[in-house]
Design a protein. Structure first.
Length: 243
């Protein structure tokens, strides 16, 4: 008893379109036809189609199937490359699941790069946005250094700076700048890259500068930007030679 194309496709768990495509690309031989013109498939066609399905399910491209079936050196290289791709894909999916689990446990962490999850609840929104922006330019080592810095408890003056309104008066701005300057100096001494982000960037200098400037303007208000300028001026006064 011979099978029709539809019956063969059903037996192999595939579709009419797939069977016809395998005929077109030369992977499945055309069967003999009955007197009425209909194709008549036999057990050899079914076995062949099942083998093709297995290779396709393993991720082997149709164009590589002849080489894989030949079991030669090229076929082995194809299978090893496929195995490496699958291993990378599995690791990526595992990492994604770890990150999704962290996000489910701590909704705020969705704003941060993966390595910064434990800090999410303690960081102001502006700093979370900064970290996300900086992750597009800084090297992994610089991001790790930044994480180390942010892991330290936040000082009172830093929290006051974060909560500063845009219309803060002159005396408040100057006082905060003078109190922030020593802290900024210590941070620069502990993490020298903070004073020259370009040297720790994965991008061109112009791109790095544009990300930093846009982030500052977007995530800090007028009073905070003014205080940062004052802090830089005070640091320059302490170190006129720029060392």
């Amino acid at each position: 008893m011979a099978w029709s194309t539809r019956q063969l496709a059903e037996l192999a768990g595939t579709t009419l379109k797939t069977v016809r495509h395998y005929h077109e690309v030369g992977l499945l031989d055309e069967p003999e036809r009955a007197a009425n013109g209909y194709k008549q498939y036999g057990i050899k066609h079914l076995v062949r189609l099942l083998r093709l399905r297995r290779l396709v399910d393993l991720g082997v491209p149709l164009s590589d199937i002849p080489s894989v079936e030949a079991a030669d050196e090229k076929g082995e290289q194809i299978l090893r490359a496929l195995d490496a791709e699958l291993a990378a894909s599995i690791e990526r999916q595992r990492r994604m699941r770890r990150e999704l689990a962290a996000i489910l446990d701590n909704r705020a962490s969705i704003d941060l790069p993966a390595d910064f999850k434990p800090l999410a609840l303690d960081l102001p929104e502006a700093q979370r946005s900064f970290l996300l922006a900086y992750s597009s330019i800084l090297t992994p080592s610089a991001m790790s250094a930044l994480q180390e810095q942010l892991a330290a408890p936040r000082s009172d003056v830093a929290e006051q700076f974060d909560a500063l309104p845009a219309d803060a008066p002159e005396d408040v701005r100057q006082s905060l700048a003078e109190r922030l300057a020593p802290e900024a100096r210590r941070q620069q001494e502990d993490q020298p890259f903070l004073s020259d982000l370009e040297t720790s960037s994965r991008r061109e200098a112009a791109i790095t500068q544009s990300v930093v400037v846009h982030a500052l303007v977007e995530f800090y208000n007028e009073a905070q930007l003014d205080i940062l300028q004052r802090v830089n001026a005070l640091l320059s006064e302490d170190d006129p030679a720029g060392t």
